[in-house]
Design a protein around this ligand. Structure first.
Ligand SMILES: [Zn+2]
Length: 314
């Protein structure tokens, strides 16, 4: 009885992992229907989990429990989803604990996905051996989580360390989805990039204008080809990410920052530039905070779920 099941409920895909003592033994992905809620998606998840047990010759009695990552504010003491942001909006009324108990008789442990991914990287990945960590996801939005003294930073309302994407980096900046102005993710994220490009007066003359999808892959490609607009926008994004990271360094005093997310697929173009800015601008008289890539950019939350279930039952 030392297997765990992990679910990482993302906005576009849901990852399901079967783990044993820090080893990811099997994984499946299903398309997310985040707009139509969580309840309607549960039967499909049940089916995938049952099939995964069958194909691995396991019974429900072989499992310690289920770890559940969610992109929203999660009460990880009571394993309840408190607040969502236009994804799975029925989650706060969905009884996940009852679902896992009735279906498999498993305990369920829920956590915000950025915190879960930080747990995975800390225990098994890039953050192994550290006690002071910040993990940042650069993608559609920007997520963050913090470990201080070997403890996850949670806070009274379960928000502490999670809102790094909503640190203000430009108080004259863009209106964010959260209602604030000039948040990091409103200045430099995948959702913001198309409008950021189109706002440049020379956009109509630039080569990037002909791209079907205005994403970071296209931005790095055209900046590499010396497109003036792409270079300017990339520089803007690098400065915004550096400002956000430096604020997180000043707020949380980490030794290491672990970066992941879709934008980091171009990490060779990002990491050295960000490290240079951090070295120049952060106030850390004890030394330099190191920026590294996640070891499991695609599955850290599954590893974290395994650790959470096992450490919660100890
Ligand atoms: Zn915001």
């Amino acid at each position: 009885m030392n297997f765990t099941m992990a679910i990482d409920l993302g906005g576009t895909i849901i990852k399901i992992g079967l783990l044993k003592e820090g080893q990811l033994l099997d994984r499946k992905e299903v398309g997310a229907r985040a707009a139509s809620g969580l309840k309607t998606q549960l039967p499909e998840l049940e089916q995938v989990i049952d099939e995964m047990m069958l194909s691995n010759h396991l019974q429900k009695e072989d499992f310690m429990g289920i770890g559940f990552s969610f992109a929203g504010i999660v009460d990880s003491l009571n394993n309840r989803i408190l607040s969502t942001n236009q994804k799975y909006d029925d989650s706060p009324e969905t009884d996940l604990i009852g679902w896992a108990r009735e279906k498999w008789n498993w305990p369920l442990f829920a956590m915000n996905d950025a915190r879960m991914a930080l747990l995975g990287e800390w225990q098994y990945g890039a953050g192994k051996g550290f006690t002071e960590l910040v993990a940042i996801t650069l993608g559609t939005g920007i997520g963050s989580a913090v470990l201080i003294g070997g403890q996850l930073l949670i806070g009274k309302h379960f928000q502490a360390g999670n809102l790094g994407g909503h640190f203000v980096v430009n108080h004259h900046g863009t209106l964010c989805t959260c209602g604030n102005i000039g948040c990091l993710e409103a200045e430099a994220s995948t959702w913001r990039l198309p409008s950021l490009l189109k706002e440049y007066p020379e956009f109509d003359q630039s080569a990037i204008k002909n791209e079907e999808v205005l994403d970071f892959r296209a931005l790095f490609h055209h900046a590499g080809n010396n497109d003036r607009v792409a270079i300017k926008v990339l520089d803007h994004c690098l400065s915004a990410w550096a400002a956000g990271i430096i604020t997180m360094i000043h707020a949380f005093d980490p030794e290491l920052i672990i970066l992941s997310g879709g934008i980091m697929k171009s990490s060779s173009a990002i990491l050295p530039a960000l490290q240079k800015k951090v070295n120049q601008l952060a106030w850390t008289p004890w030394g330099k905070v190191k920026l590294v890539e996640a070891m499991f950019p695609d599955s850290a939350a599954l590893y974290g779920a395994d650790y959470l279930v096992r450490s919660s039952l100890k």
